[in-house]
Design a protein around this ligand. Structure first.
Ligand code: NAG
Ligand code: NAG
Ligand code: NAG
Ligand code: NAG
Ligand code: NAG
Ligand code: NAG
Ligand code: NAG
Ligand code: NAG
Ligand code: NAG
Ligand code: NAG
Ligand code: NAG
Ligand code: NAG
Length: 679
């Protein structure tokens, strides 16, 4: 089917405007068949992990079902004994992009952006009325190097060599163009950045980290929120990135050495982030770091405190392969988000005491590619929204979902994570900023465009929309978790958002999967000791099953099925109004769903894109100019052997790549782009 689509694409595009380059000069056989059926004897998926169609069996609904939940909103939450978070921003839930796949997601180079990706970002920006937060880094940052000489093939990132085995983290060489690419994305959608520095004290003589710091700061300016020093240093010994005797003490010394070198190269003396540990390694967990005085001694140099976390891995450690069905249920309740967050309560308090915001710099359902059927399920979207709001409650300032390649094995560590946010299929299509600025013409929804040339939206992407609207654009939203203080349970948790001391929104979860409707519950929302208006407004995150991958809507809109997304929301916004009487508003929360309840009209306004702001980037210019389509990207395969689809040298039409370089800083770019017409 997809093969036919490729020809269709070629037929629809002026032939001289589309370069199809195949190493063998033939169009490869396309065998992707994303069927959704779960059968007793399912076919084995041999395509990219990101599109594995595995659908799991939902857990049975509780019996008898919960059909009524009392939601008493405290008028004075602190007085009623709740912990009220610090003020939060609507862009709380953002993205972390593995350095090795940065160009596959962001665009080939500074002059060639990914319009679909920009659309995914605009959706957040329009709700939060603030640019999304993106971190570029990960396992591949530590052995990366910045080249001041541009690459001949026009790409901003090159994988220069593989480690000793196919599963080793690739060694990345990138050019300044990556930083200009980031700056140009900022100029369009206001993105703020975290950037990972190469961290290795043995390379101090070559000042690698210092060079990146200095160059990144000069290109990104105030849009650079932090330079992260070290990625999961608690795993360095275990991952053989340092000697086996590398300990917390070794790290403390190395951090000081590299920090000193970096700070000597930049004027901003408080721009570093760390420790970015992940895994509760004994003797090297966050408590050990705090006890060792790392935070207090480094605080003056830090802009953020960072940690990273996955609840599980799918790395097949010691041959242990996890059965996704067996762990699915652990993602389908409030318990996981609570326990994951509780690990960091002391760190959060310590950071706040020193005036340093703490950020979950890398997170997702599972490392090493996620789990088929779990990571891409509707349940994961509920869980991700829950964990994010739990982190917001715990006074984190942002949480960044990791986006890895589409080429991940389920059970091999390649430093990349699949089943991520926007799982892309065809991402070698990129257009110039000038193309993007051409006015958008109305286009058909993805289902009818049928080019099969689009992006695949991971279910957890929808969580970013829910969180952005839940926290809204006022920058004053404070979060309480009602759990334990009302009759909410781990299957139907609830958060209340306050602004200026007034409750403005409620986020109600129903983790139960029951398409019969028998497990839908009615939430009786009322404000304890205060009155509620005569109506509330409700938007739903909906799908029929907790295990669904694609048929997901947020407020009635969808990003479309696999391979057909362009980052735009399709359909009409559905905001339901519920009348209240006798001080209570009865809101139905279907099984499964999230109901975001706006308690006031103002709070609905604050979360709704301003009509003029909804401009998105057209993607119908696919194949325009010198854009190339790499047939390898259309091919099903058994994994990449650690490769980076769309970014490794040699696959692309070098003469067509059209690399341009210019070096204005972000502020100058923003001024020249007439942002008001775009956003
Ligand atoms: C919550 O309380 C209501 C009445 O206050 C009751 O009808 C309902 O069964 C309770 N739900 C749970 C899950 O306990
Ligand atoms: C409800 O209000 C009363 C009186 O102000 C207070 O004692 C009680 O703790 C409140 N309950 C909740 C759940 O906020
Ligand atoms: C970034 O965008 C600006 C504005 O369109 C453009 O002039 C510049 O060439 C782009 N940068 C690069 C390196 O292509
Ligand atoms: C750090 O440097 C040592 C010594 O040069 C080297 O063996 C190790 O591979 C380096 N680690 C990384 C992550 O680059
Ligand atoms: C990175 O690429 C540049 C330009 O091609 C090259 O000069 C440099 O040696 C490369 N760095 C490494 C570490 O290979
Ligand atoms: C978050 O910070 C606020 C303000 O300092 C504090 O009152 C609250 O207890 C903190 N929450 C948690 C979960 O530590
Ligand atoms: C992944 O796990 C499966 C099942 O145990 C095994 O057959 C396969 O060889 C593993 N793949 C790799 C690349 O190790
Ligand atoms: C909220 O904060 C963002 C920065 O994250 C800022 O751009 C925006 O103007 C602020 N909005 C309001 C209403 O203050
Ligand atoms: C998608 O879900 C809706 C309800 O949530 C349902 O009516 C529709 O049939 C589903 N479509 C597909 C293709 O499964
Ligand atoms: C919400 O915004 C609309 C315009 O977008 C305005 O007409 C309306 O008065 C606003 N309502 C409230 C309650 O702020
Ligand atoms: C994937 O692996 C299966 C089983 O090893 C094999 O039959 C199939 O040809 C492979 N597909 C590709 C595209 O390599
Ligand atoms: C690469 O693109 C150029 C310009 O579009 C074209 O002339 C050339 O034939 C292409 N090369 C290949 C191998 O497709």
């Amino acid at each position: 089917m997809i093969g036919a689509c490729l020809w269709l694409l070629a037929a629809l595009t002026p032939i001289n405007a589309l370069t199809l380059y195949t190493p063998t000069s033939t169009v490869t056989t396309i065998t992707i068949t994303p069927t959704q059926a779960a059968t007793a004897n399912p076919p084995v998926w041999t395509g990219h992990a990101a599109y594995d169609p595995t659908v799991l069996t939902p857990p049975a609904p509780p019996s008898p079902p919960v059909t009524h939940v009392d939601v008493p909103i405290p008028a004075d939450p602190v007085g009623a004994g709740f912990q009220l978070s610090i003020p939060q921003h609507g862009n709380f839930l953002g993205f972390s992009i593995e350095l090795s796949v940065a160009t596959a997601v962001l665009g080939k180079n500074a002059g060639k952006l990914e319009p679909a990706f920009l659309n995914y970002l605009v959706n957040i920006k329009n709700r939060a009325r603030a640019g999304p937060i993106i971190r570029v880094g990960g396992n591949t940052q530590d052995s990366s190097s910045l080249s001041l000489t541009p690459f001949a093939d026009g790409l901003a990132v090159e994988k220069i060599k593989q480690g000793p085995t196919v599963t080793s983290t690739p060694i990345i060489n990138y050019s300044e163009d990556l930083l200009y690419l980031m700056a140009n994305i900022t100029s369009l959608v206001g993105t703020d950045w975290f950037l990972g520095l190469p961290f290795n004290s043995t390379s101090i003589s070559t000042h690698d980290a210092a060079l990146v710091a200095k160059t990144a700061l000069s290109v990104l300016g105030p849009k650079l929120r932090a330079l992260s020093l070290g990625n999961e240093p608690d795993l360095y010994a275990g991952h053989e990135e340092r000697s086996s005797d590398y300990t917390l003490q070794s790290y403390l010394g190395e951090f000081t050495q590299v920090k000193t070198d970096v700070l000597s190269s930049i004027s901003n003396q408080a721009l570093l982030a760390g420790p970015s540990i992940c895994c509760s390694v004994q003797g090297f967990d966050i408590g050990d770091i705090l006890s060792a005085g790392w935070l207090i001694s480094n605080a003056p140099s830090l802009s953020y405190v960072t940690v990273q976390r996955y609840p599980y891995n799918n790395c097949g450690v010691n041959g242990k392969v996890v059965d996704p069905q067996a762990i699915f249920q652990s993602y389908l309740s409030h318990t996981g988000p609570q326990s994951l967050t509780s690990l960091y309560l002391d760190a959060s308090t310590a950071a706040q005491a020193l005036g340093k915001p703490i950020v979950m710099q890398e997170m997702n359902t599972a490392s090493c590619g996620g789990f088929p059927g779990v990571s891409d399920s509707f349940g994961a979207a509920l869980w991700m929204a829950d964990w994010s709001l739990q982190l917001a409650w715990a006074n984190f300032s942002a949480a960044l979902m990791h986006v890895g390649g589409q080429n991940v094995y389920y059970n091999v560590s390649g430093g990349e994570e699949g089943h991520g946010v926007a799982r892309w299929w065809q991402s070698t299509v990129a257009v110039t900023i000038a193309d993007l600025l051409t006015p958008l013409s109305p286009s058909p929804p993805p289902a009818s465009s049928k080019t099969g040339n689009g992006w695949t939206t991971g279910s957890v992407y929808y969580s970013t929309l829910v969180v952005a609207e839940a926290l809204g654009s006022a920058n004053t939203s404070q979060v309480i978790d009602l759990f334990g203080s009302s009759n909410t349970s781990s299957l139907n948790p609830a958060y209340i958002i306050y602004e200026g001391g007034i409750p403005v929104r409620a986020v109600l979860f129903n983790y139960v999967s029951d398409p019969t409707g028998a497990s839908d519950y009615t939430a009786a929302i009322h404000i304890n000791g205060s009155t509620i208006g005569d109506h509330v407004s409700v938007r739903y995150l909906r799908s029929q099953h907790i295990s669904e991958h694609n048929n997901i809507t947020w407020a009635g809109q969808t990003l479309g099925p696999d391979f057909q997304g362009d980052g735009r929301l399709y359909g009409t916004v559905d905001t339901q109004q519920v009348a209240c009487s006798n001080g209570a508003c009865n809101v139905v929360v279907p099984a499964p769903s999230i109901a975001l309840v706006f308690l006031t009209d103002t709070s609905l306004n604050e979360s709704t894109p301003i009509p003029d702001a909804v401009a998105t980037f057209r993607t119908s210019i696919i194949g325009h100019g010198s854009a190339t389509v790499d047939p390898k990207a259309l091919e099903t395969s058994n994994g990449s052997k650690g490769g980076m689809l769309g970014t490794s040298g040699g696959k692309h039409n070098k003469s067509g790549a059209g690399r341009t370089r210019a070096g204005p800083v972000v502020a100058a770019l923003a001024a020249s782009l007439l942002l008001s017409t775009m956003l």
